[in-house]
Design a protein around this ligand. Sequence first.
Ligand code: IMP
Ligand code: MG
Length: 179
Amino acid sequence: MSHPRYVIDQMISAKSIAARIEALSDEIEAEFDQTDKLVVVGLLRGSFVFIADLVRELDLPVEVDFLEASSYGDGMESSREVRILKDLRSGIEGRDVLVVEDIVDTGHTMKHVLGLLGARKPHKLRSIALLNKQTRREVDVQADWNGFDIPDEFVVGYGIDYAQRDRNLPYIGKVRFID
Ligand code: IMP
Ligand code: MG
């Protein structure tokens, strides 16, 4: 499969991301302060960098688990049908759970995942998204915390890919196609 050529314009610097995560971690600590053990659930693969930085800012006992839901395939189109490709290893009944997502775009993925995990009767279920594309929303869902609100642009970096590329960029950039 061949892809059009593009360049990446920086949108959010590594430094801004780090500062935002530090601020968010204080709010998250306050929310889960009384918890015995929090399960932080990263949605694969896009959240892997974010969850790594986030848990290292959390001064709480945490367990880390991962869930993989299908979304875009290899392109830029969102698929409205969400499938679970890899489920959690841990049971979450009675536990405190924080779902960590890279981007809430149309909202289908987050809504599906929160419904699925909510049905397992956690004690507390919260969610955080690094990026929020509010104008793209098709279903009514909000993460409890958002790192940054961004416009309707296709972004890469800091774990987020375009056709599996650019996840290793330390910043968030927007994709701009060139002929
Ligand atoms: P939603 O179900 O439409 O909210 O899509 C959520 C998923 O789509 C995110 O977890 C991302 O994996 C992917 N996604 C949404 N916007 C972008 C983007 O700008 N770049 C790369 N992936 C994206
Ligand atoms: Mg994703």
